[in-house]
Write a protein that binds this ligand. Structure first.
Ligand SMILES: Cc1cc2nc3c(=O)[nH]c(=O)nc-3n(C[C@H](O)[C@H](O)[C@H](O)COP(=O)(O)OP(=O)(O)OC[C@H]3O[C@@H](n4cnc5c(N)ncnc54)[C@H](O)[C@@H]3O)c2cc1C
Length: 303
């Protein structure tokens, strides 16, 4: 066994009750299936445990990143020094608050939240059913699809600051815009989100979700590892159309490629590295710019 680093030893001493894993491969926790070992990965089960982890991280002054389901993250090949706090399946639970409101914890997948809402006869999260991330990642990213968006149904968000203090932020103060929220600047962590939904017969909601999943399956390369749309939608156009018009469907760098099925997706054909994906995104963005004058920006978070 390799010797523990100073940080690993100190975190173990400060957090004896917390599940900590050392040199945990990020590839196991990202939908791209890419990324080297995280020096320490922590899996808090409660908000109190999360607060204690943040306090320890402040005390040790270590770099700390938050991970949901890793479906929008490109993690570096060389791994991550410091601490990654993984919230998927950790902060779990959902509850009905009133006739039209539900609260969902940050580590719950959006698919489960959508199915829960449907079961209560509440409409508004159908669009989120096929988005593979967590509610925490969805709020951070203001995830959206097929005309729906988290920001439109999110009434408030319970957040924890990096000192471990909790407060509730009303939806209108979340700075939601296209694939953005105020969390990008504040660094606050989503603990739970409250959604305001609309009553509708369960069968209608489930039929709509089934239709949207059908559209995804027909158009997206769901059989290959990816992080969804590689680029943000540019003003006045679609990234996939611009990439297609530039003749880049199937364009490849190492084992990273523009999907032949959907030109908006960058996929891992087998053993792609983060470097392959980064170079692919840079080259595609440059070629599209030369051909169209439009600069594409990555949607995927490059760590
Ligand atoms: C096949 C596929 C299809 C996709 N389709 C869509 C789509 O239709 N629409 C869409 O918008 N996206 C889509 N995505 C992208 C992705 O699923 C979304 O961006 C999702 O919201 C990311 O959630 P996550 O839990 O995986 O976050 P992660 O990828 O783990 O993290 C993304 C960012 O959110 C931050 N974060 C995560 N959790 C928290 C938290 N609790 N508090 C604070 N910050 C946090 C992370 O630090 C990181 O910066 C798709 C991805 C795939 C692989």
């Amino acid at each position: 066994m390799t010797e523990l680093t100073k940080l690993q030893r100190e975190l173990t001493a400060l957090l004896p009750e917390t599940e900590l894993r050392f040199w945990e491969p990020m590839a196991k926790h990202t939908s791209f299936r890419i990324g080297g070992g995280a020096e320490t990965m922590a899996f808090p089960k409660t908000r109190e445990e999360l607060a204690n982890i943040l306090k320890a991280s402040n005390l040790l002054d270590c770099k700390t990143a938050i991970l949901g389901a890793g479906t929008n993250v490109l993690a570096p090949d060389e791994g991550i020094n410091g601490l990654v706090i993984c919230l998927k399946d950790c902060l779990a639970g959902m509850e009905r608050l009133s006739d039209t409101r539900i609260r969902v914890m940050a580590g719950v997948t959006m698919a489960r939240a959508a199915v829960y809402a449907a079961g209560l006869g509440l409409s508004g999260l159908e669009f989120a059913h096929g988005i593979p991330g967590t509610v925490g990642g969805g709020v951070y990213m203001n995830a959206g699809a097929y005309g729906g968006e988290i920001g439109r149904v999110c009434r408030s968000v319970e957040v924890m600051d990096r000192q471990g203090a909790i407060r509730v932020v009303p939806g209108e103060d979340m700075g939601f815009s296209y694939r953005r929220s105020v969390l990008e600047e504040s660094g606050d962590i989503v603990i739970s989100a409250e959604f305001l939904l609309t009553p509708k017969p369960e069968a209608e909601i489930k039929a709509a979700m089934k239709e949207l999943i059908g559209k995804r399956t027909a158009s997206q390369p769901l059989d290959l590892p990816s992080a969804g749309s590689a680029f943000k939608r540019p003003a006045g156009g679609y990234a996939a159309a611009l990439i297609d018009q530039a003749g880049l469907r199937g364009y490849q760098v190492g084992d990273a490629a523009i999907s032949r099925k959907h030109a908006g997706f960058a996929v891992n054909l087998g053993v792609a590295t983060a470097k392959d994906v980064r170079r692919l995104l840079e080259q595609v963005s440059q070629i599209v710019y030369e051909k169209s004058g439009i600069r594409l920006e990555p949607e995927v978070r490059i760590w």
